[in-house]
Design a binder for this molecule. Sequence first.
Ligand SMILES: Cc1cc2nc3c(=O)[nH]c(=O)nc-3n(C[C@H](O)[C@H](O)[C@H](O)COP(=O)(O)OP(=O)(O)OC[C@H]3O[C@@H](n4cnc5c(N)ncnc54)[C@H](O)[C@@H]3O)c2cc1C
Ligand code: FES
Length: 482
Amino acid sequence: MRIDIHPILQFDREREISFLYNGNKIKAFEGETIASALHAAGIKVLSHSIKLNRPRGFFCGIGKCSSCLMRVNGVPNVRTCITPVEDGMVVESDVQQLPSAEFPGSNKEDISVDILVVGAGPAGISAAIEAGKRGVSVLLVDENPMLGGQLIKQTHKFFGSRKERAGTRGIKIAEELEEQVRELEKNGKVKILPGTSVFGYYGGGSSHMLGAANKMSNVMYHINAKKVIFACGAQENMLSFPGNDLPGVYGAGGVQTLMNVYGIKPGKRVLMIGAGNVGLIVSYQLLQAGVEVDRVVEAMPRIGGYSVHAAKLRRNGVPIYTSHSVKEVYGKDRVEGAIVAKLDENWNFVEGSEEDVKCDTVCLAVGLTPSARLLFQAGVKRDYIPEAGGYVAIHNMEMETSVKGIYVAGDSSGIEEASTAMLEGKIAGLSASISLTGRDSSTTAKMEEYIKTLEEMRRGPFGSKAREAKRKILEEASNEGI
Ligand SMILES: Cc1cc2nc3c(=O)[nH]c(=O)nc-3n(C[C@H](O)[C@H](O)[C@H](O)COP(=O)(O)OP(=O)(O)OC[C@H]3O[C@@H](n4cnc5c(N)ncnc54)[C@H](O)[C@@H]3O)c2cc1C
Ligand code: FES
């Protein structure tokens, strides 16, 4: 399943290693995660559900859904999609026993910092760069071993504003952002902890206490931060249909991770659900990776994504069926096919319109929900804003929430785009720095410039949803005196 030839990416695999999976030796390359190495070996069932013993496989690929939990070196419930594989590792798919190893968090480290940034996607890195340039100490933490968030798998040239790097590939933007923040790290202005999950918020006042853990180095961090910026991104939405938990049903981001980060095909033939930009772009990326796309089905009566992306698919012979959806996915312990059918104007399946699609992969590109659990644990005021993708932290124009010293940026604050995530990150980084060092004419002018650019980016028909989401959030913030 490993991709050798790709029109954009070159997979220079690192040292070959091996590990044990349920007693069998599996080949891997350093730098791969456990779940991706298992996929490359054709192993899709990673664990079983506790109650009904149903097979479970990779879904999100970014540590958000728990469907890849396995026992690693005796430690249960390890998210194998974000855990790098190591030579000689022992991996087991049975997670139902008590741990046979000691909990590996015995090395403790205390860190006190001016600003903690949780999440090193475009929003978090931009926040860290902005704050790091302003003479405050910054800690940037990400649970992924690589920096860049969703950008590290986006091979297409970005749409959006030229001012915010439209026309540049996402992977290139990630490289540029990483270079800039590594430069600040070299100068001692930003400390970076990749592969480290922030798992809890433990109280605040004049400063905020959080816990984080790095499972590779077995270090548990007690973090004390004067200000915290949450830039945790989003998680993929699930659709409700029989068979939606079978291994082989993936979120679009999970498919991108396997394919574009680790160079591993998710399967041989894919049914794509959703014809928004994500569904269209990922379908094209699947073709580039040498995977067949049977068709794209879209529940809405029209295609939601840009026509340029739809045209590319059609030119490659991939049909797009609007007013259609998936009724059922079937298979014994992995996807073997799916039933799709037409939807009427009341969103009911039209009887007799069913078609059996032979595929081994079903990819869901049906939207994202902001990742805001840590913010809610910290007690910020929240509300359900459909245009923002779900429950979000109410925040003001400068990205501060109802809890003093806690900020939010990027998809965590409402689903949008990398271009706006970077600007929100800059605003949050500037705003948190100002609260520590004071406001002057230069920071006031910078803030005005960022806010104006952000507003400009949301103009036009494609920004209407984000505009409405932010209008509601800001109105509520103003009513709450935030
Ligand atoms: C297929 C596809 C195509 C897209 N195309 C475009 C496009 O053309 N133009 C555009 O502007 N946008 C595009 N986007 C959207 C864009 O990628 C996202 O809006 C953007 O990445 C959001 O940035 P972020 O920093 O908020 O979140 P993310 O990029 O998701 O980063 C969040 C980071 O937080 C980390 N994290 C989360 N929780 C924790 C925790 N508890 N502890 C430590 N770390 C944590 C995660 O590991 C992750 O690295 C596309 C998205 C997809 C899926
Ligand atoms: S948490 Fe690993 S696939 Fe979702």
